[in-house]
Write a protein that binds this ligand. Structure first.
Ligand code: PMP
Length: 440
């Protein structure tokens, strides 16, 4: 009864405060009131959710990770190779910059597109390392992680009735984000023979068959395959795209600092002739500087895209954290290249170890050794009749080893291993996986 009184009072207050507003509808206060009455007799009204949600799958990585956290909370020790985040700490200067920002009063909203200092540092970094020139004032939008930037980029480039070409295996958020913006994902299969990279002829055919395609998702280096498209291949892809001028390329280059080829290079798609005006580049600090929890990423694009995404961001989150942005400035201005290069060396050692151990396992194959990011996607389809989800569930239950089923990346019959963890953890993981598979 007390609750009903509280709700009634709230309804009256809402009614009073809103009644001066032109858009006020009496129905609003009535529905608050009827909710209170219904609640009081224990038959709560359940207004429907957005129908769009019935199409959106939750992230499998997040699901597995939540399961791991739950098991750990129950006292179990789990070996987790499911999440894509480096196991090392950000550089000390980055942490110091964050502390100094907090203590120095940088605790307020910043400009929607980010602080001038950070945008300047990003523009300089892209120019010096990637050979692409962006105006820091009008062509860079800092957001709360690259994930948000991908979403806003998609939202700016396409909408209802459009199609988004997503090469598979893919980062699971791409098709779901395409659906969220009202577009339809079109999956472009890649083959093991092509190293899971985009085949220009297959892309041509796909775009010809899908005139509604407005965006091509280009994840380079790739999560989950670790594949790196060479400059030559990117140039061939660009050549195909010349035939389809309406297609925007959303180049997600968040792993571009983690490349294990001899030259260590990852060409920015926007730097290719003719591609700047139609490319939205995504990058951030999560993978390169181990700053996942800072939630800091950015989008770099010609002004009309950047402006559109800043309008969206202004309505969605206003701006990225001021403290994280100060840390981001330090990441770009103060961190020595040797810190990043050293991480590449360490990560390459881990990759090599995992590949070497997987090669010893019966029925497991890695036809495409990953050249970037920190993932391996071995084929385990000989087990469980290719049911990778069940394999991962049993592996977690029986061996307390968490991997992500390949099915969620559009790669059934595989599992994704993130090797961005300690060598000790990797050794335990490889032993567990070998023992598990041998027991089948
Ligand atoms: N793109 C890809 C391909 C990723 O793998 C991730 C993180 N898993 C992101 C974007 C998002 O990164 P951030 O932490 O900056 O949001």
């Amino acid at each position: 009864m007390t609750r009903t009184v509280v709700f009634t009072a709230t309804a009256i207050l809402i009614g009073q405060s809103l009644s001066s507003c032109a858009a006020f509808s009496p129905a609003a206060s009535t529905s608050s009131f009827s909710f209170a009455l219904n609640d009081a007799v224990n038959t709560p009204v359940e207004p429907p959710l957005n129908p769009l949600l019935s199409q959106i799958k939750p992230s499998k990585t997040v699901e597995v990770f939540s399961l791991v956290k739950q098991m750990e909370a129950e006292g179990e020790t789990v070996t987790s190779l499911c999440v894509g985040e480096p196991d090392f700490a950000p550089p000390q200067c980055v942490l110091d910059a964050a502390t100094a920002a907090m203590n120095g009063g940088q605790t307020r909203y910043t400009a929607v597109t980010g602080t001038a200092d950070l945008r300047k540092a990003i523009a300089e970094d892209l120019k010096s390392r990637k050979g692409v020139e962006y105006n820091p004032v009008t062509e860079i939008v800092v957001g709360n992680g690259a994930k948000q930037c991908v979403y806003q980029g998609l939202l700016a480039a396409c909408g209802a009735g459009d199609e988004v070409v997503v090469p598979a295996p893919y980062w699971p958020s791409y098709p779901e984000m395409a659906l969220l913006v009202g577009a339809s994902p079109v999956i472009l299969e890649t083959s093991v023979d092509d190293g899971y990279l985009i085949n220009p002829d297959a892309l041509d055919k796909c775009l010809e068959e899908h005139p509604k395609a407005k965006v091509l998702m280009l994840c380079n280096p790739s999560n989950p395959t670790g594949g790196v498209h060479s400059t030559e291949l990117l140039t061939q892809i660009a050549k195909v795209l010349e035939k389809y001028p309406n297609v925007v390329i959303l180049a997600d280059e968040i792993y571009e600092r983690l490349v294990y080829t001899d030259d260590g290079q990852c060409t920015s798609f926007a730097s290719l002739p003719g591609m700047f005006s139609r490319t939205i580049t995504i990058n951030g600090f999560s993978k390169s500087h181990a700053m996942t929890g800072f939630r800091l990423g950015y989008l770099a694009a010609p002004e009309r895209f950047a402006k559109a995404t800043s309008v969206l961001q202004g309505q969605i989150t206003s701006c990225a954290s001021s403290v994280s942005q100060a840390a981001g400035v330090s990441a770009l201005n103060d961190v020595d290249d040797s810190w990043l290069e050293n991480n590449v060396v360490i990560m390459k050692e881990k990759r090599d170890y995992v590949l070497q151990e997987l090669a010893k396992m019966d029925g497991v194959s890695v036809s495409v050794p990953p050249n970037g990011a920190f993932y391996v996607l071995p084929d385990v389809s000989k087990y469980y009749n290719g049911d990778d989800t069940q394999l991962c569930l049993d592996l977690l239950k029986e061996k307390k080893l968490a991997l992500v089923p390949g099915e969620s990346f559009g790669a059934p019959g595989t599992v994704r291993i993130s090797y961005a963890t300690s060598m000790e953890e990797l050794e335990t993981a490889m032993t567990k996986l070998r023992e598990f598979l041998e027991s089948l």
